[in-house]
Design a protein around this ligand. Structure first.
Ligand code: ADP
Ligand code: MG
Length: 319
């Protein structure tokens, strides 16, 4: 079935908006939104064969392109509200578009996000989504606010998505329940928006774990001008991960594996109880894994004894 450009937009992407702050939505030359105060803006592109295997379902791709941006908003404590979508498709396949829009709009509805415009072109499969919305009312939550002596926390569990991706890539035959759950962690990331917003007033610095804990916590260290000390025995590992992988492999995945979209943040020790309450209120597990210290970079310890960091976290342009 072949569809024209405007037919595609009309049929799959133009939906009635109930948001009174959207003054002009899909259909005009630009969208217009009404805002009071500062807004956060994030954009992320997902490319077939780079960010997900080429045979990934359209629904998972639609979910992913919004989820990765929601995760950036979570790390800023910002409120996701509006998005635009630039979609490049090799062909106009009705079934694919239906599933892609289904994945995208299911997540958009859950998080109160309205699609207000976009662009459509023909070419290798690529989706770029830009997300906009008000910043946290209680002040900015950035990577730069960490202070020596802060406790370092992560939400959820680490390493599951990287394990899921490896399982998808190596899949031979049917997988068990644990494998399937790990694959789902990769295919359908759950951004920690509620936790991020609840933590905005408590945390000093935050980042979402997209490239791996050591790499991403390293960005907090760089931008905050300090070091981090992580006790590896405190890393939160899922039962699925430790069922499918050896203890060593599970630890390596938790330290360097990307795509978990958990939050890593620092907060003063005095805020410990408030952090626990905020995360509980958001339905998000949280674990203290170390502290910020004098110096540079991320240092690892096992039962207090120094440990070499494992190599490898994903970068697009490194040789
Ligand atoms: P222009 O040529 O002026 O850029 P387009 O023909 O690209 O306009 O788009 C027409 C309208 O449809 C615009 O309002 C645009 O924002 C919207 N639009 C285009 N592609 C998408 C898409 N993939 N999702 C949502 N809205 C889209
Ligand atoms: Mg256009």
């Amino acid at each position: 079935m072949s569809l024209g450009e405007f037919e595609i937009i009309e049929r799959y992407f133009a939906r009635a908006s109930s948001d009174p702050q959207v003054l002009v939505g899909i259909g005009d030359d630009a969208a217009v939104v009404e805002t009071k105060g500062p807004i956060a803006v994030a954009v992320d592109t997902v490319v077939a064969g780079v960010h997900f295997p080429r045979d990934t379902s359209a629904a998972a791709i639609g979910h992913r392109v919004l989820a990765v941006n929601l995760s950036d908003f979570a790390a800023m404590g910002a409120e996701p509200r509006w998005c635009t979508l630039a979609l490049t498709l090799p062909d106009a396949d009705a079934g694919w578009l239906e599933a892609f829009a289904g994945g995208l709009f299911a997540l958009a509805a859950e998080f109160g996000v309205t699609l207000i415009g976009g662009d459509l072109t023909r070419g290798p499969l690529t989706a770029t989504l830009e997300l906009l919305g008000p910043t946290a009312p209680d002040g900015l939550l950035t990577r730069a606010g960490g202070r020596v002596g802060d406790d370092v926390f992560v939400t959820g569990t680490l390493g599951d998505a990287a394990a899921g991706l490896a399982l998808l890539a190596s899949r031979a035959g049917a997988a068990g329940a644990a494998e399937t759950r790990l694959e789902k962690r990769f295919l359908y990331p759950r951004p920690r928006v509620a936790a991020g917003r609840a933590l905005a007033a408590l945390a000093h610095a935050a980042i979402d774990v997209s490239d791996g804990l050591v790499a991403d916590l390293g960005h907090i260290c760089e931008m905050s001008g300090c070091a981090a000390e992580i006790e590896v025995t405190c890393l939160p590992l899922s039962e699925e991960l430790t069922t499918v992988y050896s203890a060593d492999a599970a630890r390596r995945l938790a330290l360097t594996g990307g795509d978990d979209y958990e939050l890593c943040f620092s907060a003063p020790p005095a805020a410990g109880e408030a952090v626990a309450r905020a995360c509980e209120g958001a339905g998000t597990p949280v674990r203290r894994i170390g502290q910020l210290a004098e110096g540079r970079g991320v240092r690892l310890a096992e039962h207090g004894r120094p440990l070499e960091p494992p190599a490898g976290s994903y970068r697009h342009f490194d040789p």
